[in-house]
Structures are given as C-alpha cells and as structure tokens.
Ligand binder design. Structure first.
Ligand SMILES: Cc1ncc(COP(=O)(O)O)c(C=O)c1O
Length: 361
C-alpha cells in the first residue's frame, strides 16, 4: 500500500522508546509540493479571489470559474506576494500559477538555492532580501502596501488576520485526516508540534480540541534552539521576539516573531514547549530513513519530523518523561510536515538520496 498522506504507525520506535504507540502523519506527498503548506497558501488565494469576484454578484461563481480561461484572465490583473522560508512560498506560487495571478515571493538570505528554484519553478518572481525571515515578512508587507499588491501570508500581524486565518483553515485538512485515520479507540495522549510562526500548531490544537474535547491530548510545542520564539514567548507570557540570524537546519521553523493569531490560540492551550538543536533534527531524519525491523524507511525533511526529534531527544530522560506525563501507556501523535523539500540538503544529512530511501535501497 502506498503511504502517501498516511498516519504511519511506528511500532519499532514505540518499542524502543517504551511508549504504547507512535503515529506519524506523513505530509511528504501533499499535492506534489512536498509539505503540508500546500494546503494553506493556495487555498487562501482561492478564497481571496472568490470573495473579490463575488462581491456584488447576484449569482456567485465558484472554483470552476476561477480555473476557467475567463476567470484566469480576470485573475491575471491580481499581484500576490508573500515572505517565506520555503514551503509557504511554494504553495503561494503554485496557487497563483493555477489561478493565473502574478506572484512575487520574498526570501531571506539563508533560504537555500534549492528552495528558491523550487518556488521559481511555479512561475513566481523570487526576490532575495537581506536579513532573516522576519525581515522578509516586513519587506513583503511594505512593498505590497507601496505597489498595491495583496499579501498572502501564513503569519498574522496587527490589522492583518483574515488571510492567515484562511491559511490555517486549509491546514485543518491535515488534522482532520489524522483524526479520522487514528480512529475512535485509544486516543492520542500527547501531540508534539513543531513551530515556526505557530499557524500549523494552532490549526492542529483547534481541531484536536474540537474533536476530542476533554480527552484532548497534551500539546507540546517544539522550537529550534536558535529560533525559539514560542519558548521565549511562553516563558514571558507575552509574544517575545527572538533576535539574531535564526540559523538552523530546520529552515521552515526559522522564525523570530510569532503569529499573533496563533498566539491567541496557543497561549492558553499548550502544556509544554521544548527547544531542540540541529543534531536532534538530523538524528530523526536518519532514524526514519534507516527504519527498523518493524518500521519501513521513511523520508522526512529537516523541519518535517522535528516534533518526533524532540521526543527522541528526551525519550530516555526519566525527569523529562515525568514532567510531560509520558509513560509506557502513552500514545503519541506527530506530524511529519515535509518530505525532502531540498533533496541536496537531505542527501547531505542522511547520506542517501530521498528516492533511494523511498525505494528501500
Ligand atoms: C515543514 C514545515 N513544518 C512546520 C512548519 C511550521 O509551521 P508554522 O510556521 O505555521 O508554525 C513549517 C513552516 O514553514 C514548515 O515548512
């Protein structure tokens, strides 16, 4: 059976780490874009265009019109932009191309050439700006205001929440699939969620709370140590900016400023936050790629399995397990949010090309 978009049971890893179950939702196959982010940006574009086209119309048009020659001709007047550290920009560029819009994607100085090329392949103009991810967010915002473009951002800020909310609504698909595939027995007790600006974690938290109510699993956020904006914000009880280059191999998580929309959801709903280093992220990529007698080899990118990376880093630490309430009866849910979105970086870390892993070589 092909395991695209599946909730994969890792029986061997659960045995090795002395928990009852580990299940990992694999987003590597999402729409051929390699990450869950494909669900958000492109969906938000469709919502924006439909809202604009339907304003004042008696008979509203739908997605089929947006994709028609006539719809695409109208959409060609629209210029969209966003900042990204890779995956969100790919989703926006893909959506813009699909609907016939123009698209400009701002990347910061640490985004890899592989990720830049992957965005440009969807016809977007890619603009590299000095500084870190947060600088690229500001550049997208000011350029859009000056030029009359529309920002399709996954992060929200003062006065800008509607589009990021649509982006998060798109991510809900991933969570609903996981909930559905988990089933109604022996529900998860813990979920580990890697955070960039926090939109993914917030979308997951909302859906889990909605689905499970009082049985909602403990929610544990995972930050890279060098971009620990949720760790810092939760520690201070208020959104706190993490300064510096934010250098980490977990490119999708290299954010210093959290989304205020995500903060509103996560502030009260989170049980713990863990910060991990790059070695932990690389280790989980190699562990998943190697597989074991019970678990088939699996490809996860640098940011993809960082939730699982955090658990593996503390799995044999009794104090940390006790603090998080993890026992031999615990059932853990993770989201592998990307595959090898930069195959060269993947190969440098794992020592094999992603296709070799997928083919079981
Ligand atoms: C693969 C991957 N996982 C997780 C995240 C974190 O998502 P968010 O920025 O919504 O917290 C990102 C963000 O780009 C990502 O690319």
């Amino acid at each position: 059976m092909r395991r695209r978009l599946w909730l994969v049971k890792l029986r061997g890893l659960a045995k090795e780490t002395n928990v009852a179950a580990i299940k990992l939702k694999n987003e590597a196959g999402r729409f051929g874009l390699g990450s869950f982010k494909a669900l958000g940006g492109a969906y938000a574009i469709s919502r924006l265009l439909l809202n604009q086209l339907n304003a004042g119309r008696e008979t509203p048009v739908g997605l089929d019109f947006l994709l028609s020659d006539k719809g695409r001709a109208l959409n060609s007047k629209v210029i969209l932009c966003t900042a990204t550290d890779g995956n969100h920009g790919r989703s926006v560029a893909w959506g813009a191309q699909m609907f016939g819009c123009n698209c400009v994607i701002f990347i910061h100085e640490h985004v890899s050439e592989g990720r830049e090329n992957a965005i440009a392949a969807y016809g977007a103009r890619v603009v590299r700006v000095a500084g870190n991810y947060d600088d690229s967010v500001r550049e997208a915002k000011t350029t859009a205001a000056r030029e009359g473009w529309t920002v399709i951002s996954d992060t929200s800020y003062e006065g800008y929440r509607d589009i990021p909310l649509d982006v998060m609504a798109g991510y809900a698909v991933m969570v609903c699939e996981a909930i559905d595939q988990w089933g109604s027995a022996n529900l998860p007790t813990h979920v580990f969620l890697q955070t960039g600006v926090g939109a993914m974690a917030a979308a997951v938290a909302v859906q889990l709370q909605e689905a499970y109510g009082d049985d909602c699993p403990k929610i544990i956020l995972v930050d890279p140590i060098n971009a620990a904006c949720f760790y810092d914000s939760l520690k201070h009880g208020t959104p706190t900016v993490t300064l510096g280059g934010l250098e980490t191999v977990m490119a999708g998580l290299a954010c210093g400023e959290i989304s205020d929309l995500a903060w509103d959801i996560l502030y009260e709903g989170v049980d713990a936050v863990v910060a991990i280093d790059d070695d932990a992220a690389k280790n989980v990529m190699r562990v998943l790629a190697a597989g074991n007698t019970l678990d088939a080899p699996m490809v996860a990118g640098e940011s993809g399995a960082s939730g699982l990376a955090a658990f593996l880093a503390l799995a044999h630490d009794d104090a940390a397990r006790t603090a998080l309430g993890i026992t031999a009866e615990s059932r853990l849910l993770f989201f592998s949010t990307e595959g090898a979105t930069d195959p060269e970086i993947y190969q440098a870390i794992v020592g094999k090309a992603p296709q070799q892993i997928a083919e079981g070589a």
